[in-house]
Ligand binder design. Structure first.
Ligand SMILES: Cc1cc2nc3c(=O)[nH]c(=O)nc-3n(C[C@H](O)[C@H](O)[C@H](O)COP(=O)(O)OP(=O)(O)OC[C@H]3O[C@@H](n4cnc5c(N)ncnc54)[C@H](O)[C@@H]3O)c2cc1C
Length: 481
């Protein structure tokens, strides 16, 4: 059976030995570190959800390559309904995990790769599509976790790749009979060190002379020459130091974990290369990935997160004895409005989706709607965070540790003074949960993940049919029927 169990994934990941550094130290065993273990547990939960019969419609799909049931995380959208189901999967995963599901960026690259490799083969007689399908079939049959990396470090953002250190963008340094050798790095790679494979797409639309940067390929975890350098922040320290994870904000799964991936002369065999030098297709790769990613990750995934923030805010109001205060109800309503606006745009992106390019069998979401879903989320998520902080009160950032409830010197004071309409312990747990959302990494993470607002604004302006709008206005202004 192509759908694997949570235990299958755990067995696989226990054997992975990526060259991973975190907080200045080497992580030798992914299963034995509190942070990487959280990433594994989150990914394992996605496998468990996929096998759960009540979520089968959402989490499973049918392979267009083998006709077998597969995880939707490895599916290529074949219809508008598929696009919509993908949204359901993103929202459900976020609701159940409160963090990244770690199968998303790779999943959202697959349709772009399927469509664009097909298009290149049609026009240029290459065999990229065949190679890609061989990789995809094997990933589907083994139910692999595939992460996705598109974001280069970029260096000086005002300069092109060849105007600065050439390694600021991933590129080919040697072409050999058995494959290509690549150098450079990708940053902010979500969950790459616990994934089976990492897909790499170009992070820039390449121009003439930049052929070495027009690259798409896949590497297995821990390939020779690859180093992973994990993110590290106060939440990392809290998780590392806390023996009892129940007292931290997302006890089971932690923060969204990313890393810098360095490629130091990494050999990629030809059968794993899906573009090499075709500069005219880099824009298609990027825009097809971006619109899929912005519908799912920018839209539906964050809707699932906002569901959690809204639920926690309503609970805090109740724990504080303010459930009936009219301004609280208004604020909760505003949060619902913002959340449902993001959901509406993501849903529209799915239902306005089309086969692209015609004949390839791959469905892509509507570009304007997916970018607007992300744009609404960028602004809406900040406002939802602010409203949640308003409802929770100052305690969202000033609360003592829940461990004071076990300290004989302080437990009576804390139980008394941090209690309200709910006992102190219950209230403190919810405060910590909310703190994780409103006073942590999620604001910037949500805004920047799948691109900051300026990226979406540029797309919207570029694709807008302003000529038609101008003509309509002119016709009426001039009294033409
Ligand atoms: C939690 C999280 C998870 C992520 N996961 C992944 C992942 O799995 N895979 C992946 O590939 N990426 C991932 N990303 C990366 C994400 O897509 C980028 O953070 C985003 O595209 C912004 O790129 P940057 O961080 O380099 O910021 P920058 O590009 O430096 O942007 C910072 C600011 O500078 C502006 N700017 C940048 N360049 C220019 C320019 N040339 N001219 C004018 N203004 C400019 C931007 O508009 C923005 O306002 C993730 C990011 C986060 C925060």
């Amino acid at each position: 059976m192509a759908i694997k169990s949570e235990q299958d994934y755990r067995n696989r990941v226990a054997k992975l030995k990526p060259r991973l550094f975190m907080g200045g130290k080497r992580v030798k065993d992914l299963t034995d570190h509190p942070i990487t273990r959280g990433v594994i547990d989150a990914t394992a939960r996605v496998y468990a959800l996929t096998m759960d019969p009540q979520y089968a419609d959402i989490m499973q799909s049918m392979s267009h390559l083998t006709g077998e049931p597969i995880s939707r995380a490895l599916h290529i959208h074949q219809s508008k309904e598929d696009l919509h189901r993908r949204l359901d999967m993103a929202r459900l995963s976020s609701q159940k995990l409160g963090t990244c599901n770690y199968r998303c960026p790779g999943n959202e690259m697959l349709p772009s790769l399927a469509a664009t490799t097909w298009e290149m083969d049609q026009a240029k007689g290459t065999d990229y599509h065949q190679r890609f399908n061989a990789f995809l079939k094997s990933a589907q049959e083994n139910d692999l976790v595939v992460s996705g990396s598109v974001t280069d470090p970029k260096g000086d953002r005002s300069k092109r790749p060849l105007e600065q250190d050439p390694d600021y963008y991933v590129h080919v340094v040697e072409k050999r009979s058995d494959g290509i050798v690549v150098c450079g790095a990708k940053q902010h790679a979500t969950g790459a060190y616990t994934a089976d494979e990492t897909l790499v797409l170009p992070g820039i639309s390449c121009r003439e002379g930049e052929e070495d940067y027009a690259l798409a390929f896949v590497i297995p975890n821990g390939a020779e020459g690859v180093t992973y350098i994990a993110q590290y922040n106060p939440f990392s320290v809290e998780r590392e130091c806390e023996a009892d994870p129940r007292v931290i904000g997302n006890p089971l799964y932690g923060q969204r974990e990313t890393c810098l991936i360095v490629f130091d002369h990494v050999l990629v065999p030809w059968e794993r290369v899906f573009m090499c030098g075709e500069i005219e297709y880099t824009q298609s790769f990027i825009t097809r990935f971006a619109k899929t990613h912005r519908m799912n990750c920018g839209g539906a995934c964050k809707v699932g997160f906002m569901d959690l923030i809204i639920g926690a805010s309503q609970l805090m109001a109740e724990y504080n004895g303010l459930a009936k205060a009219s301004h609280i109800a208004q604020k909760i309503t505003r949060m619902l409005q913002l959340n449902d606006t993001s959901l509406a745009c993501a849903t529209a992106a799915a239902y306005m989706g089309q086969e692209e390019p015609p004949g390839c069998g791959v469905f892509m979401p509507d570009e304007a709607m997916s970018n607007i879903a992300k744009l609404n989320t960028n602004d809406g998520f900040w406002e939802v965070m602010a409203l949640a902080g308003d409802i929770a009160g100052g305690i969202a950032v000033t609360m003592p540790s829940e461990k004071e409830l076990e300290n004989p010197d302080t437990k009576h004071y804390v139980a008394k003074y941090l209690g309200a309409a709910a006992p102190a312990k219950k209230r403190m747990r919810m405060v910590k949960f909310l703190q994780n959302w409103v006073a942590g990494l999620h604001g910037v993470g949500t805004y920047q993940g799948s691109g900051p607002s300026q990226n979406q604004m540029m797309v919207l302006y570029r694709i807008a049919d302003l000529e038609t709008k101008k003509r309509m206005a002119e016709e009426l202004a001039n009294g033409l029927g």
